[in-house]
Design a protein around this ligand. Structure first.
Ligand code: GAR
Length: 208
């Protein structure tokens, strides 16, 4: 059983998809804690499911590094990132760049879902940027987090066509419809061992 720590900043629809999937009998992973950098509305999904939550705000610390250390410690308290079964940290809508020390502590068992086809449109405004660029398609990328911003090795991607005249919110909602099952499927593959994060990070195997 793979232990998951999920990190969020917002509404947490990807978190909710993971909660629903991991509640199914036979799913090879379980969520042991949910963390946020702010009072994210999505924390309510975890509370309803009886999953422990914590909020660690960057503004309460002197530096991003210190925030990262406290965030890492909170996750490790739940047994993720320590011991023989290190588990997996899933950034599912965490709108913060994780400090280097944090990445070093968990990567490659540290993944992110991003609403664009990386390397196109990295950063916090991926959906807006794709529309502004006049792209005809965008999508979702699930990737390993490394020290860069949305630069880590790609695990899985899915394409979403952009419709004429649609708003950022409309497009993001359609992306999320594709994103939620892709994230769940990727976590399943990692938990089953058919997707080997250490091998992908080392460049030993492609991620198809
Ligand atoms: C998701 O689309 C995720 O890819 C995006 O935030 C959304 C969270 O939705 N993350 C980023 O843009 C990170 N750069 P949710 O709160 O409904 O799961």
């Amino acid at each position: 059983m793979l232990n998951l720590a999920v990190l969020i900043s917002g509404g947490g629809s990807n978190l909710q998809a993971l909660i629903a999937a991991t509640a199914e009998p036979g799913f090879p992973a379980r969520i042991v804690c949910v963390g946020a950098d702010t009072d994210a509305p999505g924390l309510a999904h975890a509370e309803r499911a009886g999953i422990p939550t914590f909020v660690i705000r960057p503004g309460d610390f002197r530096s991003r590094d210190e925030w990262g250390q406290m965030l890492a410690a909170a996750i490790q308290e739940h047994g993720v990132g320590t011991g023989p079964n290190p588990g997996l940290v899933v950034s599912a809508g965490l709108m913060r760049i994780l400090p280097e020390g944090f990445v070093g502590a968990f990567s490659p068992e540290l993944i992110n879902t991003h609403p664009a086809l990386l390397p196109s449109f990295p950063g916090a405004h991926a959906v807006r940027d794709a529309l502004a660029a006049g792209a005809s398609e965008t999508g979702v990328t699930v990737h390993i987090i490394d020290e860069g911003v949305d630069t880590g090795p790609v695990l899985r991607q899915a394409v979403v066509e952009i419709r004429e005249g649609e708003s950022e919110d409309q497009l993001h909602e359609r992306i999320k419809e594709v994103e939620r099952p892709l994230l769940v499927a990727t976590v399943r593959e990692i938990a089953e061992g058919s997707l080997d994060l250490a091998a992908v990070a080392a460049g030993r195997t492609g991620a198809d």
